[in-house]
Design a protein around this ligand. Structure first.
Ligand code: ARG
Length: 573
């Protein structure tokens, strides 16, 4: 179904066509910035005034005259230099909400139907603990996947593991010399990182060790069975740990094709770049230069002088393989801000080499975590799992205080949903491109912009509906006529309607925070409604069932929208 704003835009477009046949005038309608401006606004008259050589107010008046003020629109008036302020009719909005309750897509426009996206996210490196950038990539990438799917797109999530490269020669040598088997059994990825650091340091001071690392790498590259078995072991041990994190976060991937998947194509990519004149030998390395471009970039190494291929080569091989295997409409890459140059370089190279699939780098800044968490001390990273444990422990305290009478098992399950939800929401609700810091107080707030508050609002709205069923078994709230006479009722309906638009906006900007804002606004509108107006205690049955239906619509929309951020909504809190 169409969103409210799209429906209004079509009404305006029709009016424009009647008032100024053949003129090219923007018809887009925006939400009103203040309640006294009505519910929505059309600003197109200002832009059209120049082309039409008429004062903007006259343009707005002519369009207004052609605007049908029956169905959805109740009122339209001209303000300021020529803004058209639009007010929705309660009956029109109620009819729209009624349609929404039967829409399998929850009012989200299916504009992505027929398209296929690939989202490359999480992508940690083998034998290294996941660090905060990978966590953010995991949570943001997963939310974007759900958001694009809600818009009708097919989305393939691809975990592009860092599982190939020079580090494996160093790691193999470290494994043979420094391994502590008990530590490996206890905490495999920490131990792999420890032996890597030792071996790397030794290579720096001992040229013979460095040569041996090189030799082991070459053996691995040539398929030596012992080294291949070790390499596979490093991957398996790392994946076990990564999968534990993914399970806890409720994240999964359609495929996990690491860099190694594409390695056979590296030489082909290098010679193709050379043949097309996009890269040339320089001091023994193969280098791509961009200095002749209209918008020059620093050079980028494709193949090092020791013959090893770089990150850019592997990413180019990935682009062409994905195009062949999946013919995607677009590919999104979710990483931290430090990789911006890399993506600009290889996107440009890919284009010069003939790629036409739109590629987007979705980058985010680094988030500051509470002192000591996930920071590296003495080369050992403190695990994300600790952060999640702490989140669940603190959420458990909240739940125990709020609902001491619930059975133990249910409280544990709620604490999990609330704790994990709080960590995810603290990340997703921030503009990914601005620096933010995480605090437990903010993340676990029951009355601020935080997951527990939103989950609580959802559970409360749901419980009104179930209480209504108990107390008024003969009334059918599901199919009640929706009445939007009180301003809080209308505001709530509008906040519900906003979600579909926010999903689209979040996808367009690649910012789940745009959706989080609309969810927070919906929870606020629900609270205002619930505080101002009696639901179960409303005397008139028509009013009562209508309000209960609004509670149902609110809880369903909150649950659906939080689900798009990967956040669960427990029945009770
Ligand atoms: N493994 C990389 C890192 O940890 C991220 C990979 C992102 N995806 C890509 N196709 N380059 O920095």
């Amino acid at each position: 179904m169409k969103t409210i704003l799209d429906t209004l835009s079509s009404l305006v477009a029709g009016a424009i066509a009647r008032a100024f046949p053949g003129a090219d005038i923007p018809s887009g309608v925006l939400p009103a910035t203040r309640p006294e401006f009505g519910d929505a606004q059309w600003n197109g008259a200002l832009a059209a005034a120049k082309t039409l050589r008429k004062p903007p107010r006259a343009v707005a008046e002519a369009v207004l005259k052609e605007l049908p003020l029956d169905g959805l629109l109740e009122k339209a008036d001209i303000a300021g230099p020529g803004f058209l302020n639009l007010t929705l009719s309660p009956a029109g909005l109620a009819a729209w909400l009624d349609e929404l309750s039967r829409d399998p897509f929850h009012g989200v426009p299916q504009e992505g139907a027929g398209e296929r996206y690939i989202i490359d996210y999480s992508s940690p490196n083998v034998a290294k603990p996941m660090h905060i950038a990978h966590i953010r990539s995991t949570v943001i990438g997963d939310a974007l996947k759900r958001i694009h799917r809600a818009l009708g797109r097919e989305v393939l999530g691809d975990n592009h593991l860092g599982d190939w490269g020079t580090q494996f020669g160093i790691l193999i040598m470290g494994y043979r010399r420094f391994l502590d088997p008990a530590a490996l059994a206890d905490s495999p990825v920490d131990e792999l990182q420890r032996i890597y650091i030792l071996s790397h340091a030794k290579a720096d001071e001992d040229p013979a060790w460095k040569d041996a690392c090189r030799a082991e790498l070459v053996k691995l590259q040539q398929g030596d069975p012992d080294n291949t078995a070790l390499w596979e072991k490093f991957i398996a041990l790392s994946m076990e740990e990564f999968n534990r994190v993914y399970d806890r976060l409720g994240v999964s991937f359609e495929m996990t094709r690491g860099e190694s998947y594409y390695r056979a194509r590296d030489p082909e990519i290098a010679s193709m770049l050379e043949r097309k004149g996009l890269a040339r030998e320089s001091e023994g390395a193969l280098v791509a230069f961009f200095d002749g471009d209209a918008d020059p970039l620093p050079p980028c190494i494709i193949r090092k002088s020791d013959g090893g291929y770089n990150y850019a080569a592997s990413d180019l091989a990935t682009v062409f393989t994905r195009n062949e295997d999946f013919a995607p409409t677009a590919v999104l890459y979710v990483t931290d801000e430090r990789q911006q140059l890399h993506f600009r370089q290889f996107f440009r190279l890919a284009e010069k080499a003939g790629n036409t699939t739109p590629l987007f780098h979705v980058w985010f800044g680094l988030m500051r975590l509470p002192e000591g968490l996930l920071s590296t001390r003495n080369g050992r990273a403190i695990k994300l799992e600790k952060l999640l444990d702490e989140a669940e422990r603190r959420a458990r305290e909240l739940v125990d205080a709020a609902s001491p009478s619930l059975p133990e098992e249910e409280r544990a399950a709620i604490a999990k949903a609330v704790g994990i939800g709080a960590v995810k929401y603290a990340d997703l609700s921030q503009n990914p491109q601005s620096a933010v810091s995480f605090t437990w107080e903010k993340a676990l707030s029951m009355d601020g912009n935080a997951a527990p508050y939103l989950q609580y609002a959802c559970a409360r709205a749901r419980s009104v509906a179930s209480k209504h069923k108990e107390r008024f078994p003969d009334e059918d709230a599901e199919n009640a006529t929706i009445l939007l006479d009180a301003p809080q009722e209308k505001a709530l309906a509008l906040a519900i309607a906003r979600i579909g638009e926010a999903v689209r906006e979040a996808a367009r900007l690649a910012k789940p925070s745009a959706l989080a804002e609309a969810i927070y606004a919906l929870a606020g509108a629900y609270s205002a409604f619930y505080q101002a107006l009696p639901c179960l205690r409303a005397e008139n049955a028509a009013v009562r069932t209508s309000r209960v239906r609004l509670c149902l619509a609110s809880s369903r929309m909150l649950s659906f929208a939080l689900g798009l951020l990967g956040i669960e909504t427990p029945e009770r809190i």
